[in-house]
Design a protein around this ligand. Structure first.
Ligand code: ADP
Length: 301
């Protein structure tokens, strides 16, 4: 048995004159939660659809649980997926909806109540679907994806549109599933929504993989930064120009200049700003958080 849940090499999907996924290469080990992140339109859903055999790659290859995506029938029985908002009958209860799906899919009906409890809908399984919160609806969708008792769970944006409580509920559920041995591949356009639970990340930007690996490796990529605020906001641009003239990358975000550079350089910047008649209101050496590192790598979109 391969130790990789997903193995993708040079995967490409061309639509007319748009390359939605360009030569993507990455792998996902078994037994972990892997976040699949990138701005909207980066190619996440397209990649997931190829992994599930719903569309064919233009070129390149992908294996899921050791089997090629050109033979999806060999692995789909072991994969649970939630790719579009789950479609359930509003007037049926959560349990009834799952029973319908179990019957249609030929899965054991007696798993339904177990799954309702597993996803934390224990007391509400008998309530109509239309009375559920968004977080509960998403968790029922995950329960449906778990009907085949999958080795790999692939979820496309399961936290999209959820309130912070709903996001937390989905995160807790995914952690629980991973702790029980399910590999989870979960996409999001917001790194902050999944970084806490992901051990591994694959980042896409405009169809290309910009990072794939353990989250600690991404942390090693973090470059020290200096955050600057000026007394007069119009001076911020001048500060970034001073930094760039000295060979540092700099940008303005939310009324602050973000300058890449060693912390010692903060004193130099302070002197240069003073000489240019600029009063600094804040000068803070820091390490970027993952979200900022992600912004740097994915082009700030
Ligand atoms: P993400 O899931 O990261 O938001 P998608 O994979 O949905 O990104 O889309 C990637 C790009 O491919 C987008 O520019 C999208 O408009 C385009 N795209 C997706 N599906 C199709 C399709 N069936 N035909 C043409 N273009 C498509």
């Amino acid at each position: 048995m391969t130790t990789l849940a997903i193995e993708v090499s040079g995967l490409t999907k061309q639509y007319d004159n748009l390359t939605a996924v360009k030569g993507a290469t990455f792998s996902v080990p078994r037994g972990i939660i892997c976040g699949f992140v990138g701005p909207n339109g980066a190619g996440k859903t397209t990649t997931i659809r190829m992994l599930l055999g719903l569309i064919s790659p233009t070129s390149g290859s992908a294996r899921v649980l050791g089997e090629s995506v050109s033979d999806p029938e060999k692995y789909l029985a072991y994969v649970g997926a939630l790719i579009e908002g789950p479609a359930f009958y509003p007037a049926l209860s959560g349990s009834e909806n799952l029973r319908v799906l179990a019957t249609m899919g030929g899965f054991p009906i007696n798993r339904v109540e177990e799954l309702i409890t597993l996803v934390g809908l224990g007391g509400r399984g008998g309530d109509k679907y239309k009375t559920y919160s968004l977080g509960m609806k998403q968790r029922l969708g995950i329960a449906a994806a778990l009907l085949p008792n999958p080795a790999l769970l692939i979820l496309d944006e399961p936290t999209n549109g959820l309130d912070p409580e709903g996001i937390q509920e989905v995160r807790d559920l995914l952690k629980k599933l991973a702790s029980e041995g399910t590999t989870v591949f979960v996409s999001s356009h917001l790194l902050s929504e999944i970084e806490i639970i992901s051990e591994h990340l694959v980042m896409l930007r405009k169809g290309e993989v910009v990072f794939a690996g353990p989250i600690e490796e991404l942390l090693l990529n973090q470059k020290p930064m200096i955050i600057v605020r000026t007394e007069r906001e119009e001076d911020l641009q001048k500060v970034t120009e001073l930094a760039i003239a000295d060979g540092h990358r700099a940008s303005i975000r939310s009324g602050e200049a973000h300058i890449e550079g060693p912390h010692e350089w903060a004193a130099t910047l302070n002197k240069k700003a003073f000489a240019a008649g600029i009063t600094l209101a804040q000068l803070t050496p820091t390490l970027p958080n993952l979200e900022e590192t992600f912004f740097e790598m994915t082009g700030g979109k």
